[in-house]
Design a binder for this molecule. Structure first.
Ligand code: ARG
Ligand code: ZN
Length: 475
């Protein structure tokens, strides 16, 4: 690349010298820079993420204030406000006259850029920030956003209830795919991962858990501040806090601290959740390679959502006590989704197909049905079954978490395993996790890696399993 740039520069300077006298005046450079794009260019979420900068770190300082005391049978978490200051450390990737953050939360009172007051306005999910002076390309800068009020979850037919979700005694966050802006201003796309610090103040008697490792508590009058730190890069939808009353358990799986917590309504499930998490983590580390984060765990809380999310280091199970298969699924996501993250939502089978396949492997490992048998049972479903449609490599937005992404995605991995053999297959999984650790990747990058490890053309196999309509019959 350097040689090419050098040659082009030489050519340009030569042409410039020859035409010096005849050349028209160059177009004036916009002194104020160029506005950052309102989206990251994702086909499925036009406004998710933004252009013109890269976030390195989010510092989220938030005070949670219940307006009514928790009473049995009543959702007190809905009757609460937050008061927050979020400081974002970022780097401009162009000369920036203004830029967007994604934010759907309560009223913003001020925005500071590099400590100076910036103009801002809200437009749908965009918080448009105009700094007092343009930001030079390549410059590091900070944005501090203050806001207060009542956060609200998002609801849709495709994704259910998500984002900031009130509970009986607090709140919990499950934000996949685009719910992070319900509670903090973000560059809300998994392609821009960052580190996080959470500093959450709650009335005495309540507790806070979050993504990452615990970093202490501090008394603040009648309240307690809980600090958690996520020092591995994290996608915004995986950032989690849980506020409420919890029974917390701690131990280790090998050298990894495991912290689990259950809402009092699930008290009887607590010991089982902890034991299963430790067991599954130990097994998964053997299969996928070193665990990519500082701590692990899980949280069972009460909003009746009936799904789980692989929030980083500490998945959330919302409204149910998970069985071992569910725990294995969310733990597998720590490698596939958490550590190796999507570059575009279209490739979500790289998360869900892999996590579902982990469930099949766990079943095999614990003496249950073998993965090849599960595969054959699904393959015997009628061609019109939702197991096969849409093809998982191009699911479209509303089917991101549809059955075919999970099941046919896992079937694709079983087809791969049978084609290349166990040794190459597990080398592919481990190499994927190791080479892409802490970063982002696409489906073509996965298939290229599989071909490299297996030393053969796998194009037709992936094409049939990921992109071809109907029930695969030949691959
Ligand atoms: N990734 C989650 C899981 O399979 C599913 C999240 C679905 N999101 C939603 N808003 N329903 O574990
Ligand atoms: Zn999943």
């Amino acid at each position: 690349a350097t040689a090419l740039v050098g040659a082009a520069a030489l050519l340009a300077s030569w042409a410039g010298a020859a035409a010096a006298s005849a050349a028209p005046a160059p177009a004036p450079k916009p002194a104020r820079g160029v506005p950052g794009a309102p989206g990251a260019g994702d086909r499925y979420f036009a406004n998710a993420g933004n252009g013109g900068y890269d976030v390195a770190h989010y510092d989220i300082a938030l005070t949670y204030k219940p307006l009514t005391a928790p009473t049995p049978g009543r959702n007190a978490g809905r009757d609460a406000v937050i008061d927050a200051a979020v400081t974002i450390t970022a780097r401009a990737t162009q000369r920036l006259s203004r830029f967007d953050l994604d934010f759907r939360g309560p009223r913003v009172s001020s925005v500071l850029v590099n400590g100076r007051r910036a103009a801002f306005r809200r437009e749908g999910q965009e918080l448009v920030v105009t700094p007092a002076a343009a930001l030079p390309s390549g410059a590091a800068f900070t944005v501090r956003v203050r806001y207060a009020g009542r956060p609200r979850p998002m609801r849709s037919a495709a994704f259910g209830t998500y984002g900031w979700v009130p509970t009986r005694d607090g709140a919990v966050v499950l934000a996949e795919p685009d719910g992070a802006p319900t509670w903090f201003p973000a560059n809300d796309h998994p392609s821009d991962k960052a580190t996080y610090a959470f500093d959450v103040t709650v009335p005495k008697g309540l507790r806070v858990l979050a993504s990452g490792r615990p970093a202490g508590t501090a008394a603040r009058g009648a309240a307690t501040a809980y600090r958690w730190v996520e020092s591995a890069p994290m996608a915004s939808y995986l950032a989690m806090i849980a506020i409420g009353r919890f029974t917390v358990r701690r131990s280790r799986a090998g050298s990894v601290p495991v912290i689990t917590a259950v809402d009092p309504g699930f008290a009887r499930a607590g010991a089982g959740l902890h034991r299963t998490t430790v067991r599954a983590l130990t097994w998964a580390t053997g299969v996928f390679g070193p665990y990519p984060f500082a701590t692990a765990g899980g949280i069972v809380d009460d909003p009746p959502l009936d799904y789980a999310l692989e929030t980083q280091e500490r998945p959330v199970y919302a409204g149910f006590a998970p069985d071992a298969g569910f725990v294995v699924h969310e733990l597998a996501h720590q490698w596939f989704g958490g550590s190796v993250s999507l570059a575009r939502w279209q490739d979500v089978w790289l998360n869900e197909g892999f996590a579902t396949y982990a469930e099949w492997m766990w079943r095999e490992h614990t003496g249950g049905t073998r993965a090849r048998t599960v595969f054959r049972r699904y393959l015997a479903q009628p061609p019109g079954s939702p197991v096969f449609t849409p093809p998982p490599g191009r699911p479209e937005r509303d089917s991101l978490f549809g059955l075919s992404v999970y099941v046919r995605g896992a079937m694709c991995l079983q087809a791969l395993r049978e084609r290349v053999g166990d040794e190459a297959f597990f080398t592919i999984l481990r190499t994927w996790a190791a080479e892409r650790r802490g970063s982002n990747a696409t489906t073509p990058q996965f298939t290229a890696l599989a071909e490299r490890v297996a030393g053969r053309d796998l194009g037709p196999l992936f094409n049939v399993w990921l992109y071809t309509k109907g029930r695969p019959s030949k691959w």
